[in-house]
Design a protein around this ligand. Sequence first.
Ligand code: AMP
Ligand code: TRP
Length: 325
Amino acid sequence: MRIFSGIQPTGKLHIGNYFGAIKQWVELQQMHECIFCIVDLHALTVPYDTKTLQESILEKAIIYLAAGVNPEKSIIFVQSQVKEHTELAWLLNTITPIGDLTRMTQYKEKSKKFKKNLNAGLLNYPILMASDILLYQTEIVPVGEDQKQHVELARTIARKFNQRFGEVFKIPEARLPKFGAKIMSLQNPKKKMSKTDLQDAQIGLFDEPEEIKAKIMKAVTDTGKIIKYNEKLKPGISNLLTIYSLFSEKTIKEIEKKFKGKGYADFKKSLSRLLIDSLEPFRRKKKELLTREVYVKEILNQGRNRAQIIAQSILQEVKKKMGLF
Ligand code: AMP
Ligand code: TRP
């Protein structure tokens, strides 16, 4: 099967992003043909810094690699380097009803947030995303809950095109993670861990040991002393147990048993150790890759060449069907 997913180049990744998205990618690449994209054109729809954009793109490529995406197996590339994405997006624009775009949750939220400076790119964002997906005859799109609606729209657009102009596109499907789909904030365990939240509320994938320890020791816990999972009554300790379980690959029951008769401080110390050790290979790999910029750029170049071959052939078919030659 062919898999396609993307993350915007802006912002710092946390363990929620890892378990919610990137870990799935690393697993899927064992069995499937995977294409992972750094979607820089999507990032232009909100305010950004032109001076640091290239740096952020390279850093995301390093992060994909450090987290286990294998460039020998998977294609990693930058969206703006394959111009077929924007060309297909225009063609799909002409068959997408405006009403389908204005009802998107993300558009509604962002148009409130950027009321003063509402650009057409924010409205058309899901068309570019549909074009990313459809350009590669994608079958599975691994994303978090928030992107499900956009993948649904990509399906609708694909069906509509096929009906009107003749069968070209495969109909893609979103895939959401099963366990760990929602890691909560360390400072407010009723809210999801978010890139835009306070640094103390999230564990970055590349945080240094001292930062990890300080954040875990400061994490909000609940009244009582027992280490027991109860999402409703003990959301803080339950979130920490989930994190413990995801990193140790032990069940919640096994962990509760291990900490029977012990207090929160002991549990937090052990969790800090586990996180520091588990994230060590990520830190090491990132440091190493930061000194190998030429190698990373070469991976992106090769990724672009491989992606372009697929994209060109599908776009050609689309244009033919639309009567463009
Ligand atoms: P974002 O941080 O919104 O750019 O999301 C990038 C990917 O990480 C998406 O597929 C999200 O669904 C996923 N993700 C973001 N936050 C979390 C979280 N707290 N727990 C699990 N997955 C998450
Ligand atoms: N819109 C997605 C997000 O913000 C990123 C994205 C762009 C994407 N194109 C995609 C994800 C294609 C999956 C497939 O998370």
